[in-house]
Design a protein around this ligand. Structure first.
Ligand SMILES: Cc1cc2nc3c(=O)[nH]c(=O)nc-3n(C[C@H](O)[C@H](O)[C@H](O)COP(=O)(O)OP(=O)(O)OC[C@H]3O[C@@H](n4cnc5c(N)ncnc54)[C@H](O)[C@@H]3O)c2cc1C
Length: 437
């Protein structure tokens, strides 16, 4: 049940925040729904992990819950006129060093889906797509998962389009940096921006991605309510992406490629590494194998992982060792023949992580009227079309019990040792002591 005259203030206009605004304004056209973000939604450059040239939209999950939700989201990407122009069904090519492929295929069958999804031996798979992945690293690969139903989305473009739609439907957008949450006793009543403006609402939803732990830490200090801190629940982590400009003839060769994933296991000490089909401007993107935290003092005597303290998180200032990581990952896909590719862009992208890579979509247990909806853990984008549905259910106490437990603020947390994505190094250690951030 929605409360009388509810109002919603959402901190963060990434996929978690925007999807929430989109669902809320459709369900309650007369409600006050406000998105507040440090960057304008149509800014040239944004720090949001959700803002990107392209992101993988796949339903190849061995976790049945995410498999189901990813299928639900992918169906919207394929059919709804708001989302459809941004989705590209190129398929996915996934080298598997575990039973991943079989687990995914089983999930799809059990969910009653008949997508074109198969597992092939390496010798057969590497001949596909004109042998584009023939030079990839196949050490330890058991089989290759091919799912022709998956693909990618033009991430920044669809984020802008859905935000614009929200504004047309009545959502307000405030471009401002939030300094702290505001409280009346233990109830959260809104936020204070860095310029001193107060924004108030009955429901305050923190969807601030990698900045969430820092914002909660600042708010704990301001209010004296130490229970607000994220503690071990959320870790801000960074990863580097690189883009190369393909020459005309290379573009012709790569333009119909599928999304590629190198699936490693914890024993190999690498995360899974992906490469996406070229953009229409002929730029090919992939990401590195180093996933790192950035522990720094966010308040006197308080240390936690947080993106660098500049407006743009220094996301475009990528130091040499991280550029080297990009070269090494490129070789895992395209081998020595890619040595002369012209690199056009490097970016460090920050996201919020949990040890199990499960989201947090939950009331905050230390304050009334305060909710948390983030922790995409490097896989949250693809759920953009459905996140808001589940976040709205959470706000109204209608989330199914399995999801309540999976996404709770307070829950049993697994250790991170089996999670190949979980950051295990400090950025400063990767860069060496002399590097400046
Ligand atoms: C390199 C990389 C590749 C990825 N690839 C994929 C992929 O292929 N497929 C996939 O499904 N997922 C992928 N992900 C994961 C996905 O991008 C994220 O999980 C998801 O976008 C997180 O969304 P979010 O809304 O939680 O956070 P964000 O998108 O980061 O949004 C948070 C917003 O909060 C705002 N904010 C923060 N602090 C404040 C403040 N104090 N005041 C005001 N505003 C604030 C920020 O400006 C930002 O706009 C990838 C992530 C990375 C880093």
């Amino acid at each position: 049940m929605a409360p009388h005259n509810p109002s919603y203030l959402i901190i963060g206009a990434g996929v978690f925040g925007v999807s929430t605004a989109y669902y809320l304004i459709q369900k309650y056209p007369n409600a006050s729904v406000t998105l507040v973000d440090r960057d304008a939604y149509d800014a040239e450059s944004r720090v949001a992990a959700s803002w990107d040239w392209n992101k993988v939209v796949r339903a190849d999950y061995d976790d049945k819950v995410y498999c189901r939700l990813a299928l639900e989201a992918q169906d919207i990407f394929k059919s709804d006129p708001l989302w459809q122009p941004y989705f590209h069904q190129t398929g996915v090519y996934w080298t598997c060093r575990s039973n991943y492929a079989q687990n995914v295929i089983t999930n799809h069958k059990e969910l009653g889906r008949n997508d074109d999804i198969i597992a092939l031996p390496v010798s057969e798979a590497r001949k596909l797509y004109g042998g584009l992945f023939d030079h990839a690293d196949y050490t330890g690969v058991k089989e290759v998962l091919i799912n022709r139903a998956s693909g990618w989305a033009a991430a920044g473009d669809v984020l802008r389009a859905v935000t614009k739609k929200c504004l047309e439907l009545g959502v307000k957008y405030v471009a401002a940096d939030v300094a702290t949450l505001e409280f009346d006793g233990r109830s959260c009543t809104g936020v204070k921006t860095k310029s001193g403006e107060i924004l108030s609402a009955t429901h305050v939803i923190v969807a601030a991605g990698a900045f969430t732990p820092t914002l909660l830490e600042w708010s704990a200090a301001k209010s004296g309510n130490t229970g607000l801190r994220a503690g071990e629940r959320i870790l801000a982590a960074g990863i580097t992406t690189g883009m190369a400009q393909l020459k005309r003839e290379q573009y012709e060769q790569f333009k119909d490629m599928p999304v590629g994933f190198q699936g490693y296991t914890p024993d190999e000490g690498k995360p899974f590494i992906g490469s996406l089909p070229p953009t229409k401007d002929g730029e090919l993107k992939w990401w590195g194998s180093k996933i790192f935290k950035n522990t720094r003092e966010v308040l006197p005597g308080r240390y936690l992982s947080s993106p660098p303290p500049t407006h743009d998180y220094n996301q475009w200032k990528v130091p040499g060792p991280l550029k080297q990581d990009i070269i090494e990952s490129r070789n895992l896909w395209y081998g020595p023949e890619s040595a002369d590719w012209e690199m056009t862009k490097h970016r460090i992208c920050w996201d919020a992580f949990t040890t199990s890579s499960d989201f947090i979509i939950s009331p905050h247990s230390a304050s009334k009227g305060l909710y948390v909806a983030t922790c995409g853990s490097f896989h949250g984008f693809k759920f953009f079309p459905v996140l808001g549905k589940y976040i709205t259910q959470m706000l109204e106490g209608e989330l199914e019990p399995e999801l309540v437990e999976k996404w709770a603020w307070d829950r049993q947390r697994s250790d991170s040792s089996q999670n190949v994505e979980y950051p295990n190094s400090e950025m400063k250690h990767l860069l060496g002591v002399t590097a400046k951030l």
